[in-house]
Design a protein around this ligand. Structure first.
Ligand code: MET
Length: 395
């Protein structure tokens, strides 16, 4: 198959040839823990890394390999590794790239459990970090230390939707030999390809847009360098574990086939909802990259194919009023997670980012009245009708 097909084609075909699998149109599910060796000598040579072939599903599995090859193609990377959760992917990447006394520089907003992982790395392994505003090149340069090994960013940042200019980060990082890791969960490779811009690693919570149906917890790492990825597979993933299960990999392969059509619909719906939501008298600040008044609208236009399916907004009122809105929705589901077919709503301060102190949350821009909406695939008019009745219902 042509290597440089469009992404809409790659999500369906990359990494799989039915003729290599008895003509099965759908990739087969190798639901097995282990693989039998034809001879003891062959077993020895597989363990020694001298011959190809599977050994044990914690090291790799043919179904998982199809998913990994597809994800590597979609992100324009050299290789991918699939994990049992997004956090397993993030932690494996940071364990792979850092050692004691190193320093990680982060965007000034990250998912609550990633923040928790950074605390753990600091307290137990003496790997320090700083969260900084990466809007400005000078601020970034000043924050770099001799020990800085990794720049870790989310863009858009969960849940404030702030963007980080990846081209600028790459330029500065390359001057210092620092690795750039991007959490691309909010965009998926359909909307943004950080490796194409020169970043070194992409991590995903594949639970979200990659799977797309709210039925899998999974994570993916894609790297630009084949050897580094092989090293990561042979060390942190093999010895810490955390590989995805074959069935979950199969579900992700299935979900990926519709990534492009789903994302287009998520983006269309979010745009309609954002336009209408912005005019509601109970809505304060809105954070949506597709809004022309969004401070980083130009950057969004440059860096992202479209504006995505996520919208955050502040309610004019109190935390209790924000919670009252969540209690009033009916069609929209009150749940964390995102990128599902269903529209989901949640309260970051008390849910996804509850593990971060109020002080730190406020520095990140997460107020108690902030609500995060993952716009689903339903008719936008129905989503809006539900949201409107919930907003209208508060005094
Ligand atoms: C367990 S809380 C969060 C799940 C997911 N990372 C989200 O942002 O919704």
């Amino acid at each position: 198959m042509k290597k440089n097909n469009n992404i809409e084609t790659q999500v369906i075909h990359a990494g799989y040839n039915p003729l290599e699998h008895s003509g099965s149109l759908t990739p087969p599910l190798f639901q097995t823990s282990t693989f039998s060796f034809p001879t003891a000598e062959e077993g020895e040579s597989r363990f020694a890394g001298e011959s190809e072939g599977h050994i044990y599903s914690r090291f790799g599995n043919p179904t998982i390999a199809i998913l990994e090859e597809r994800m590597a193609a979609l992100e324009n990377g050299a290789a991918a590794l699939a994990f049992t959760s997004g956090m397993a992917a993030v932690s494996a990447t940071l364990f792979h790239l850092t050692k004691s006394n190193d320093h990680i520089l982060c965007s000034d907003g990250i998912y609550g459990c990633t923040f928790g992982l950074l605390q753990l790395l600091k307290q137990k392994y003496e790997i320090d970090h700083d969260l900084i505003n990466m809007d400005d090149e000078e601020t970034l340069r000043k924050a770099i230390r001799a020990e800085t090994a990794v720049i870790y960013v989310e863009t858009p940042i969960n849940p404030t939707m702030k963007l980080v200019d990846l081209e600028m980060i790459v330029k500065v990082a390359k001057e210092h030999g620092i690795r750039v890791v991007v959490d691309n969960t909010f965009c998926s490779p359909y909307l943004q390809q950080p490796l194409t811009l020169g970043c070194d690693y992409v991590v995903h919570s594949a639970t979200k847009y990659i799977g797309g149906h709210g039925d899998v917890i999974a994570g993916i790492v894609v790297g630009a360098d084949k050897e580094e990825m092989a090293e990561m597979a042979a060390s942190v993933r093999k010895d810490i574990g955390g590989i995805i299960s074959p069935f979950d990999a199969w579900l992700l392969i299935r979900g990926l086939k519709t990534l492009a059509v789903r994302l287009d619909r998520h983006c269309d719906n979010a745009k309609k909802i954002a336009e209408t939501l912005k005019a509601h008298p109970k809505v304060g600040k809105m954070f949506y990259p597709g809004d022309e008044e969004f401070p980083q609208y130009q950057l969004a236009q440059k860096q992202m194919r479209r504006s995505g399916g996520m919208i955050s907004f502040e309610v004019k009122g109190t935390k209790e009023e924000a919670q009252a809105i969540l209690n009033r929705v009916q069609l929209i589901k009150l749940a964390v997670s995102l990128g599902d077919t269903e529209t989901l709503i949640q309260h970051p301060a008390s849910m996804t980012h509850a593990g971060i102190s109020k002080d730190e949350r406020e520095k990140m821009g997460i107020s108690d009245t902030l609500i995060r909406l993952s716009v689903g695939l339903e008719a936008w008019e129905d989503i809006w009708a539900d949201l409107k009745q919930a907003l209208d219902g508060i005094k």
